[in-house]
Design a protein around this ligand. Structure first.
Ligand code: GLA
Length: 761
């Protein structure tokens, strides 16, 4: 009778609120075994659906409580959550799993939706074999479940909670009094690890490009920086530098090569295939350089302005400096398409038609780009290309365009749709058989550096629109990206950038001086806040942006009114030594080797073996920085010559370390080279003796005083494409060369030292 009286209220579930709570604790270590508590481990490794995890507390920060029992230890998570424990030889895991009492009230209001979750306990072995041990549904106010797992011989224990039938609301899932038994004498305690740490994936490009006989370099990286990487099946000409985790060498024969990278992550092996395409017909062998109409003209773009800008390219010799593409951005459109669906341009802005303006730009030896969007409308509201890809690509090709910037406003958010839409346009462009450089512009949220190359694109924006401001700090958002935010959004992606697959940090703001349109649209707010007129960034900041964009191998695009350029800006944008860093044909994106909030340090391997180093001082005071050259992959027993690329002069030598003083927001850009050996000396003393003579079908390249030294001679166009090449130990070499009129570059490499000469024919 007594018994009955006691049980009845429990069954009816009515005594919970008044019941006296029982407190239970997990066991402690004793002579027979040691105890490791889950709640005391590094909770930052846990993937958690909502709220922030606190050691041994519920997700709301209360004592862990289920069914009127208080648990002194454990992890109070929120579904969807994933806890991965590296078992390290522990033999047993014990826990209770249930929903915390703190959500009972909410769960009662909606018992089938709130406070209902599923859980799963699994074990993973050495060979990635996954074994589900226990799973089920837990509910607020219902009894928790006991979990008791023999973990002997397994590598990882995985504890997961998911939304159940309900809405994943109030799913406060507790692993209460969770502990492991292990033997401290025989093994280290179990630890929490993150998904990245245990998954052995490459975190670098897997589709890479090179030109025949141009030095190639690919840096391999894995999601877990501690993983080691080896390679197998490298084609002849390439070798693997395991210490630096990079592949390097040259391949003479065009073709598609594959090799494997094997990621060894704490004994777990994963093999991924990498495809290398070696071709002399790459769309974008070096980052494209040019000008875009958006920042300065927006809706004012028209025929006259395009022609004037083309004239300015000529007047200021921007083409000779490497700027080849003049791009018409948004708002060239008529209000709607033609009746047959083909794209129509605004006839007031372009009274002679787009073809005429394209022909004019081409007559200046320049290429010309156009803009569209992978949705019904462009960012500025004109008609987009979605559903009209073939018609549009055909029209662009017929008009004679050489580049398409393809935006992503008004399109669905998910990456899968973006991939399909970009590929559709990529295929349409390919089908035109015109070489149209395909420039993706989805700004980065869908990580285009991982899949852009599959769509046919050869560069992709990785940041939102760059503004003529240095740093928006905490106020930065999609509409307010300063130079610093553009840099921060690009600097970590170095293992994904490379030849024909460039990460684009957006138009540079050099030359705008606060006179841009939407690029400077916060000028009024600025004036209000600071009481001074906004005049854009300082010249030091513009120079920093140029340095950083150059070393990151971002396309170099200008966005100011280049019809009139002052001398200071002209000197900045045409500095051939800085541009040479950007245009280096090996195409490595500068690797970020330090980023500590004050200094960002990037190092870029150059084709001739030099190292270019950029050091940015983000702070507002002048700072001294000492570069540890070993960290920048330089030899510690060799003295390097240090060249300041902005001063264009050698400023000293360095052995092991190099100290510099950097003004606020300044970027030092130094090129480190090893002194010349005998062969190299010949190259140095023969400076200015490089000569080119060519006729309709051949070219003769002569470098006097170099007989007996093996030289590699490459002749390319201004886009970096190698057109003819050969090797010789003589002073001269005659090679077939039937390119048309234009500007070309001859490049002679001897013992890693190079000389180049630009010539017209
Ligand atoms: C987006 C792009 C910009 C520019 C505008 C045009 O914002 O990111 O670069 O093309 O659209 O509307």
């Amino acid at each position: 009778m007594k018994k009955k009286l006691l049980l009845l209220p429990l069954l009816l579930g009515t005594v919970h609120t008044n019941a006296q709570k029982v407190t239970v604790a997990p066991p402690t270590s004793d002579a027979s075994r040691d105890i490791a508590l889950l709640g005391d481990m590094n909770l930052t490794k846990i993937v958690n659906g909502w709220g922030s995890l606190k050691p041994n507390k519920s997700i709301d920060g209360n004592a862990l409580s289920m069914n009127d029992t208080i648990y002194t230890s454990g992890v109070g998570a929120h579904a969807t959550s994933k806890i991965i424990v590296k078992i390290n030889g522990a033999t047993r895991f014990v826990s209770r799993i249930g929903i915390d009492d703190e959500v009972i009230a909410e769960a009662r209001t909606n018992p089938t939706q709130y406070g209902v979750a599923n859980y799963r306990v699994s074990l993973k072995g050495e060979n990635n074999d996954l074994h589900v041990v226990q799973e089920g549904t837990i509910q607020a106010g219902k009894p928790s479940f006991s979990v008791d797992v023999n973990t002997n011989g397994w590598k990882y224990l995985i504890l997961e909670t998911f939304a159940g039938v309900g809405d994943n609301v109030c799913d406060h899932t507790n692993w209460a009094n969770a502990y492991f038994e292990y033997y401290a004498r025989a093994s280290t305690p179990p630890i929490l690890v993150s998904e990245e740490e245990i998954s052995s994936k490459l975190a670098c490009a897997t589709k890479v490009y090179s030109q025949p006989n141009v030095r190639f370099m690919q840096k391999l990286r894995a999601t877990n920086p501690k993983a080691t990487i080896s390679v197998e099946g490298l084609p002849t000409g390439l070798t693997y530098n395991a210490k630096r985790q990079l592949i390097e060498g040259t391949i003479a024969e065009e073709g598609t090569y594959t090799y494997n990278a094997i990621v060894n992550n704490d004994g777990e092996l994963a093999t991924e295939a990498i495809t290398l395409e070696v071709s002399s017909k790459l769309q974008q062998p070096t980052p494209f350089m040019g000008w875009l109409s958006w920042n300065v003209f927006e809706e004012e773009i028209n025929d006259e302005k395009v022609r004037q800008v083309a004239d300015a390219f000529e007047k200021y010799k921007l083409n000779d400096a490497g700027y080849n593409y003049l791009c018409i951005d948004d708002l060239w459109h008529a209000t709607s398409r033609n009746a047959d669906g083909t794209p129509a341009y605004n006839t007031t802005k372009f009274p002679h038609g787009l073809k005429s303006v394209v022909d004019y730009v081409h007559s200046k030896g320049l290429k010309i780009g156009i803009y569209s969007d992978a949705a019904e409308r462009t960012c500025a509201g004109c008609f987009g290309s979605f559903g009209y890809e073939t018609q549009d690509a055909t029209a662009y090709a017929n008009w004679g365009f050489d580049l398409l910037k393809y935006d992503y406003c008004h399109a669905p958010d998910d990456a899968e749709t973006a991939k399909v839409r970009y590929k559709t346009m990529g295929d349409a462009l390919k089908a035109t058989r015109r070489n149209i450089l395909y420039y993706m512009c989805e700004w980065g949220p869908r990580e285009p550096w991982k899949w852009g190359a599959e769509t046919g694109a050869t560069c992709w924006r990785v940041t939102y629109d760059s503004r003529d401001f240095w740093d928006w700090g905490a106020k930065a958002d999609a509409g307010h990206i300063g130079a610093i935010q553009g840099f921060d959004g690009t600097k970590n992606l170095w293992a994904y950038g490379g030849v024909n697959r460039w990460n684009d940090a957006d138009m540079m703001c050099v030359g705008l001086h606060g006179k841009g349109k939407s690029s400077s649209h916060d000028a009024a707010t600025y004036a209000q806040l600071h009481g001074t007129k906004y005049t854009g960034m300082t010249q030091t900041e513009y120079q920093s942006q140029f340095s950083l964009w150059s070393i990151m191998a971002s396309p170099l695009t200008l966005s100011f009114d280049i019809r009139s350029i002052n001398n200071e800006d002209l000197a900045l944008i045409t500095n051939e030594e800085v541009i040479a860093v950007n245009q280096d044909r090996m195409g490595v994106q500068g690797e970020l080797i330090q980023s500590d909030g004050t200094f960002d340090v990037l190092v870029k391997d150059m084709e001739n073996g030099d190292m270019t180093v950029a050091v940015l001082n983000r702070s507002n005071t002048t700072k001294t920085y000492t570069l540890d050259m070993a960290k920048a992959y330089m030899y510690t027993d060799s003295t390097y010559i240090v060249r300041d690329l902005w001063q264009k002069s050698n400023i000293g030598t360095a052995l092991g370390h190099y100290t510099m003083s950097i003004a606020p927001h300044e970027t030092k850009l130094y090129r480190f080279s090893l002194p010349t050996t005998t062969g190299l000396k010949k190259m140095a003393t023969s400076k200015n003796k490089l000569k080119v003579a060519n006729n309709d079908s051949t070219i003769k390249v002569t470098l006097s005083d170099t007989k007996g030294f093996r030289k590699r001679i490459l002749v390319s166009d201004l886009f970096g494409r190698v057109l003819t090449q050969g090797t010789t130990t003589d002073e001269s070499l005659i090679m077939p060369f039937d390119a048309g009129h234009g500007c070309y570059v001859v490049n002679v490499v001897c013992n890693g030292k190079s000389q180049s000469l630009k010539f017209k024919r």
